[in-house]
Design a protein around this ligand. Structure first.
Ligand code: FAD
Ligand code: NAI
Length: 475
């Protein structure tokens, strides 16, 4: 006998679990199915983000940053810390504990919101009288029927053709987050978000890190001026980033990995490394969903085809997050999940794709929202730019972290903010002000006239807004 619900969510990552909670808040009977297992085989909801993505990567970034500070920055504060050691096993165990706290938190939230959780793989069995039937294969077999189904099955790491992940030497994001000892030599392919974050973790801990990037430009999606500033900082740290390479044969040997590549000058290079992290993007995941049973349309990339409202081609079936078009970000997945639940309830769910922030959690951090200067030029938009360096910010000097800047781009006529770009300390937090401003269609002048606490890094935001009108006060 199939259990009847109003809404079934397949996938318990940020897109799915948030959609389930919002739908329950709106009064629906909701089930959420997720197959992720913890080390003991128990449920571990939260998806890629919680288990092998956002949360564990930030835990390791934090630990490695403490280590880096103890080694390189304590002395300037008058603190001597000799013989600083990193216990990698303890760092990984702490990370695992942070992940577990988040898994448990989601299970608690399901209980609190009366979402029924099913641990197992969900697959479509077809159309039924009460809607769609989804089978759950876990410790037991169950069958669920609902009129509305939200698919939030996420994405998987893309492997290089011919070089499968063994998670021992050739690592995806999963293996990269549980390396047991600091590799002497670490190679990464792809200098995107994962390459830079994971490369930073292991470099700070003492690895000799080389990142091989296929494109000739560094962080092409980032504002050029900001990307250049970030690259300068990474070069200074000793993070070796080779642009414009062509990766050839990769040999996964017993003791390590050999990467053959051609550099930008056309020279053939052989790179020996203890470990290789492949971070060349992710592919939408519909494995095991049996999407064919309901005739769900999937595009050539494997993404479920949806319209602007996350509706699929099948009435009553929706899809959100990494498994559909758009940026593969946890907060984008969450926003879509909330919007879909609200649309099911007949409300006007809303996601503004123009104000989705991006953050790269390196040191310095990189954050942005809206269009870059190169995009505005390409779009033929007349704009004004204003920048303010953290070097001229009192709080940044007190922190001892003056790398980077805040940059505003505003419409030349109306002064409306079109993009805000940052590289520097704690810009992952500072970017929110820019997101709020853009969501409310603020002008640069609006930000310039708002009182910001002193001394704070946020004053750099105000000063960059003042710079649009060429009237900075502290630079
Ligand atoms: P997922 O989080 O992938 O969740 C999908 C869930 O569905 C999984 O639990 C999966 O097991 C389950 N599932 C799949 N198929 C089935 C099925 N048939 N039945 C049952 N369950 C199923 N984004 C950020 O915004 N900020 C960050 O700092 C950040 N850091 C990242 C770091 C790394 C190393 C990686 C890899 C990603 C990072 N991301 C970050 C991206 C972020 O993790 C994803 O955008 C986000 O997890 C997408 O959420 P989702 O709900 O669409 O899918
Ligand atoms: P990415 O798309 O950010 O970067 C992949 C890089 O690999 C690109 O620069 C690309 O040019 C390069 N590349 C692709 N094929 C190559 C090849 N054959 N040889 C050499 N270089 C090649 O993808 P990444 O880093 O794997 O991350 C996946 C996604 O996960 C990100 O796009 C992002 O959406 C999400 N993520 C978000 C984070 C955050 O928000 N802080 C952190 C980590 C991941």
């Amino acid at each position: 006998m199939s259990k009847q619900f109003d809404v079934v969510v397949i996938g318990g990552g940020p897109g799915g679990y948030i959609a389930a909670i919002r739908a329950a808040q709106l009064g629906f009977q909701v089930a959420c199915i997720d197959e992720w297992k913890n080390a003991a085989g128990g449920p571990a909801p939260g998806g890629t983000c919680t288990n092998v993505g956002c949360i564990p990567s930030k835990a390791l970034l934090q630990s490695s940053e403490h280590f880096d500070h103890a080694n390189h920055h304590f002395a300037e504060h008058g603190i001597s810390a000799k013989d600083v050691k990193m216990d990698v096993a303890k760092m990984i165990a702490r990370k695992d504990n942070v992940v577990k706290q988040n898994n448990d938190g989601i299970l608690y939230l399901f209980k609190k919101n009366k979402v029924t959780f099913f641990h197992g793989r969900g697959s479509f069995a077809g159309k039924a009288e009460g809607g769609y039937t989804v089978n759950v294969a876990g410790k037991t077999e169950e069958s669920i029927t609902a009129k509305q189904v939200i698919i939030a099955t996420g994405s998987n790491a893309r492997a290089l053709p011919g070089t499968p992940f063994d998670e021992v030497n050739v690592l995806s994001n999963d293996g990269a987050l549980r390396v047991g000892a600091v590799p002497k030599k670490l190679a990464l392919i792809g200098s995107g978000v994962i390459g830079l974050e994971m490369g930073s973790v292991w470099r700070r801990l003492g690895a000799d890190v080389t990142i091989l990037e296929g494109l000739p430009t560094f962080l092409g999606a980032v504002d050029e001026q900001i990307a250049k500033e970030a690259k300068k900082a990474f070069d200074k740290q000793g993070l070796k980033i080779e642009l414009g390479v062509k990766v050839g044969e990769i040999v996964n040997g017993k003791k390590g990995v050999t990467v053959n590549y051609t550099n930008a000058k056309g020279e053939a290079i052989v790179l020996e490394a203890d470990k290789l992290i492949v971070s060349i993007g992710r592919v939408p995941n519909t494995i095991g969903l049996n999407a064919e049973a309901i005739g769900l349309a999937v595009d050539e990339r494997g993404a479920i085809v949806v319209d602007g409202d996350c509706k699929t081609n099948v009435p009553g079936v929706w899809a959100v997050g990494d498994v559909v078009r758009g940026p593969m970000l946890a907060h984008k997945a969450e926003e879509e999940g909330v919007a879909v639940a609200e649309r099911i309830a007949g409300q006007h769910g809303h996601v503004n794709f123009n104000t989705i922030p991006w953050v790269i959690y390196t040191s310095p951090e990189i954050a942005w929202v809206g269009r870059t200067e190169q995009q505005l030029k390409a779009d033929g938009v007349a704009y004004k730019a204003g920048t303010f360096p953290f070097l001229a910010n009192g709080r940044a000097r007190a922190l001892g972290d003056t790398t980077g800047m805040v940059k505003f781009l505003a419409d030349a006529t109306t002064d409306e903010i079109l993009g805000v770009h940052m590289v520097g300390p704690q810009v992952s937090e500072l970017i929110s002000e820019a997101v709020v401003a853009m969501e409310f269609k603020a002008s640069a002048e609006d930000i310039a006239r708002i009182c910001h606490a002193h001394p704070s890094l946020s004053e750099a935001t105000k000063e960059a807004a003042l710079a649009v009108d060429k009237r900075t006060l502290n630079f």
